[in-house]
Write a protein that binds this ligand. Structure first.
Ligand SMILES: CC(C)(COP(=O)(O)OP(=O)(O)OC[C@H]1O[C@@H](n2cnc3c(N)ncnc32)[C@H](O)[C@@H]1OP(=O)(O)O)[C@@H](O)C(=O)NCCC(=O)NCCS
Length: 116
């Protein structure tokens, strides 16, 4: 937008919109434009979203997921204090079978785990 602030990205809270072994569940997600990576914005935004999910919405658990290869996103999950059980790994039902990004990891966090 002319004269507007450049768009940096999004952090969202939502119901997981597909069925898997861990659903129904609620997730936190993020996506930033590459020029805004490496500045801590994703972690800061997601930490605020988790605080809101637990304190205001009273959610009892939040998950986050990403393709196995997405190490940057996994590091955000770890910085948030989320934990992974490899037994939770899954094939994402909305990614085509055989696609390299189909295998996903799942991280979870509960209010009592929060470092906030
Ligand atoms: C996932 C994604 C948001 C991660 O971005 P990121 O920049 O690595 O994460 P953060 O915004 O939390 O920034 C953390 C980095 O900023 C650095 N940093 C620099 N200044 C900082 C500051 N003042 N405060 C905190 N961190 C800072 C940290 O050291 C860290 O770098 P490191 O991982 O190399 O140690 C980004 O890669 C992305 O949008 N990817 C595409 C979309 C995507 O994969 N979405 C998730 C799918 S589920």
């Amino acid at each position: 937008m002319r004269g507007g602030t450049p768009f940096a990205g999004v952090v969202c809270l939502r119901e997981v919109p597909f069925e898997a072994h861990f659903t129904p569940a609620r997730e936190v997600g993020w996506r930033l434009a590459p020029e805004h990576w490496g500045k801590g914005y994703a972690t800061e935004g997601a930490r605020g979203a988790l605080q809101y999910a637990f304190a205001a919405l009273r959610w009892d658990e939040v998950v986050a997921m990403t393709a196995v290869q997405n190490v940057r996103s996994e590091r955000v999950m770890q910085r948030l204090g989320m934990t992974r059980d490899p037994a939770d790994d899954f094939e994402h039902p909305k990614v085509e079978k055989g696609h390299a990004l189909r295998r996903h990891i799942l991280y979870r966090i509960r209010p009592s785990d929060s470092r906030q």
